[in-house]
Design a binder for this molecule. Structure first.
Ligand SMILES: Nc1ncnc2c1ncn2[C@@H]1O[C@H](COP(=O)(O)OP(=O)(O)O)[C@@H](O)[C@H]1O
Ligand SMILES: [Mg+2]
Length: 285
C-alpha cells in the first residue's frame, strides 16, 4: 500500500495577518519501494511537504494516508508514523543521547524490541552507514564531525526498518566525495530493506543518479512530476526556476549545440560517458 497525498494545501499561521500558503493543492502517490526525488528552489515547500508524511504537521486542507492510515486522525497517525522514518535537514537536532550506540538504539527500544534484536539492528545500521562499531559505538555524538553526525542520525532511523525513508537534504554541506558516499549508502539500504525513499535535494545531480520519479515544486505547487528523463529534458524551465540541470545534461546540451549528435535523454555522467564512447567508437567504423 502506498502513501497517498490528496489535494493538500497548507497555510502557516492560518487566519492571521501573517498567513502564508506554503503548499497548494498537492496530489501525489508514493508507491512501495519507489525512489522519489523532491526538488525545488529554497522556499518552494519541500520541507513542509515531507513533514506531512509522518504527521508532524497536519495540512490545512486535504489529507495524507500512509498505507491507509489517515494522518489527520490522531489514533491512525501513530500507526502511519511508525512506517515512516524521517531524517531532518539538520541532524544535530536529532542526536541527544550520551553515546552513538544509545542514540541509534533509541528508536528500536521504543519499538519494544528485545535487547538482542536491538543490538543486531544497531550493528547492522552502523555497518550500512559506514560507522565502525568499535570506534564509534561508545563515542558521544557531540564529538563527531558533521558527516559522522549525519551517518549516526541516518543509522538511528534505518535501525527502525522504516517502510518509507524520508530524507531532507541528506547531502547538504558535504563535499562531492561525501555526497557520493551518502547516496551510495542510501541505495544500499534501500536494496537491503526494500524501503521506499523520498529524498529532498536542491542538487539535480544527486536526484538524477538515484530517483525513479522526480517531483518539482514551485512556489508550493507541483510544477511537474515525471521520470528523471522527462524532468531533466525541461532544462530551460528548470533554469528559470533557479534549478541547475545535472552536469551531464548541461554538458550534453552544450555538445549538441556544437554539432555533436548526442541523444536527448542524457542526465547522468555514466550515460554521457557511454554516449561519447559510442560516438568515438563509431567514427572508426
Ligand atoms: N513555521 C513557519 N511559519 C511561517 N512560514 C513558514 C514556516 N516554515 C516555513 N515557512 C515558509 O513556507 C515556505 C516553504 O518553506 P519550506 O517548506 O521550508 O521550503 P523548502 O524546504 O523548499 O526550502 C517558505 O516561504 C517559508 O518561509
Ligand atoms: Mg527545506
Amino acid at each position: 500500500m502506498p502513501i497517498v497525498i490528496e489535494k493538500l494545501t497548507h497555510t502557516y499561521q492560518n487566519g492571521s495577518v501573517n498567513a502564508f500558503t506554503a503548499l497548494k493543492d498537492i496530489s501525489l502517490t508514493i508507491s512501495d519501494g519507489e525512489f522519489v526525488g523532491l526538488i525545488g528552489h529554497t522556499g518552494s515547500g519541500k520541507s513542509t511537504l515531507i513533514q506531512m508524511l509522518n504527521g508532524l504537521m497536519q495540512p490545512t486542507e486535504g489529507r495524507v494516508t500512509v498505507d491507509g492510515f489517515d494522518m489527520n486522525d490522531k489514533k491512525q497517525r501513530a500507526k502511519g508514523r511508525a512506517l515512516v522514518g524521517m531524517v531532518f535537514q539538520y541532524p544535530d537536532h536529532q542526536l541527544f543521547d550520551e553515546t552513538v550506540y544509545k542514540d541509534i538504539s533509541f528508536g528500536p527500544k521504543n519499538m519494544k524490541l528485545n535487547e538482542e534484536e536491538i543490538d543486531k539492528r544497531v550493528r547492522e545500521a552502523m555497518r550500512l552507514v559506514g560507522l565502525d562499531f568499535d570506534e564509534f559505538a561508545e563515542k558521544s555524538p557531540f564529538e563527531l564531525s558533521g558527516g559522522e553526525k549525519r551517518r549516526t542520525a541516518l543509522a538511528g532511523i534505518i535501525a527502525m526498518y522504516p517502510k518509507y525513508l524520508v530524507l531532507d537534504e541528506p547531502m547538504a554541506g558535504l563535499d562531492p566525495a561525501g555526497r557520493r558516499a551518502v547516496l551510495e549508502m542510501i541505495d544500499d539500504f534501500r536494496r537491503q530493506l526494500g524501503c521506499a525513499v523520498i529524498m529532498v535535494s536542491h542538487s539535480m545531480d544527486d536526484i538524477a543518479r538515484s530517483a525513479e520519479k522526480v517531483v518539482v515544486l514551485r512556489k508550493g505547487e507541483i510544477f511537474r512530476c515525471g521520470t528523471p528523463q522527462e524532468i531533466f529534458s525541461l532544462s530551460d524551465e528548470l533554469r528559470e526556476m533557479g534549478l541547475e540541470p545535472p552536469f551531464a545534461a548541461r554538458m550534453a546540451g552544450e555538445l549538441r549545440r556544437r554539432g555533436m549528435d548526442l541523444p536527448k535523454d542524457i542526465y547522468t555522467n555514466e550515460a554521457l560517458v557511454k554516449a561519447l564512447a559510442e560516438i568515438k567508437g563509431g567514427a572508426h567504423v
